[in-house]
Design a protein around this ligand. Structure first.
Ligand code: CO
Length: 256
């Protein structure tokens, strides 16, 4: 069931969202050539716990995946789309791109956000992929308000991405969030204007376009989690948790 959050619930979600934002800002300083992704995970978990939060992805189980997710961050490098697992032997190199997804629980409520970072100087192609993916999220946020539909949101992403020559990940979607990391509704990054569920003030949503440079197909690696592009092309991911208001979307994970 899609729930409408009360004001006291939204206040707690803002606390969780602020910790998420703090982590994404900390990583901006830590991400550089030579750093391994497990040390990023350790630094993030440390900040989350010192802030009174819980790293919600750690130990998270998904039907159909045999193992629990083992880390506080998802760190997905270059052709990895989402759910890359931090490892001490994965060392960032100049020119890489890395998508980091972080979900924090505070007082039984959750905040969820992601962004893709460049490692040192990156190519113009990669810069463009990051920019277009970021901007597609903001196109989606711009149509969110009470009375808009999920189709409006998906269309905002799809109609921005496709004419620019990029591929859209259609196998994964955004989601409601609140008392659980994943709540209904699912929020596809494609759709038709006016179709789908009508948004109401008080809904809290994690909107998260995932975009690739090449063909629209993804596969999961043998670890059961890491999703990569089938053709090895680059991928990017931007996500924010927002509150639907009568006038628009209020961002609950303000990392920018
Ligand atoms: Co999410």
């Amino acid at each position: 069931m899609v729930t409408l959050k009360k004001d006291h619930e939204i206040q707690i979600m803002k606390q969780a969202g602020r910790v998420v934002a703090d982590v994404l800002r900390l990583l901006e300083e830590l991400i550089r050539p030579g750093v391994d992704t497990l040390s990023l995970d350790r630094a993030a978990e440390d900040l989350i716990r010192r802030s009174g939060g819980i790293p919600a992805t750690k130990g998270y189980r998904v039907p159909g995946i045999a193992t629990a997710y083992p880390a506080s961050l998802c760190t997905s490098i270059n052709d990895e789309v989402v759910h890359g697992i931090p490892r001490s032997d994965l060392i960032l190199e100049e020119g890489d791109i890395i998508s980091v997804d972080v979900v924090v629980g505070v007082g039984r409520y959750y905040g969820d956000a992601a962004r893709t970072y460049g490692v040192g100087a990156i190519s113009e192609e990669r810069q463009r992929l990051l920019q277009v993916t970021h901007d597609s999220l903001h196109r989606a946020l711009a149509v969110v308000r009470g009375g808009a539909t999920l189709g409006d949101v998906g269309y905002a992403v799809e109609s921005y991405i496709k004419p620019r020559g990029f591929g859209l990940v259609r196998d994964y979607a955004g989601h409601g969030i609140g008392r659980h990391m994943h709540e209904p509704p699912q929020i596809p990054n494609y759709g038709k204007p006016g179709r789908g569920m009508v948004l109401k003030p008080g809904m809290t949503l994690a909107i998260e376009p995932m975009v690739m440079a090449g063909e629209e197909r993804v596969v999961t690696k043998p670890d059961g989690w890491t999703v990569v592009t089938a053709d090895g092309s680059d991928a990017a991911h931007f996500e924010k948790t927002v509150l639907v208001t009568p006038e628009g979307a209020e961002i609950l994970t303000p990392w920018e």
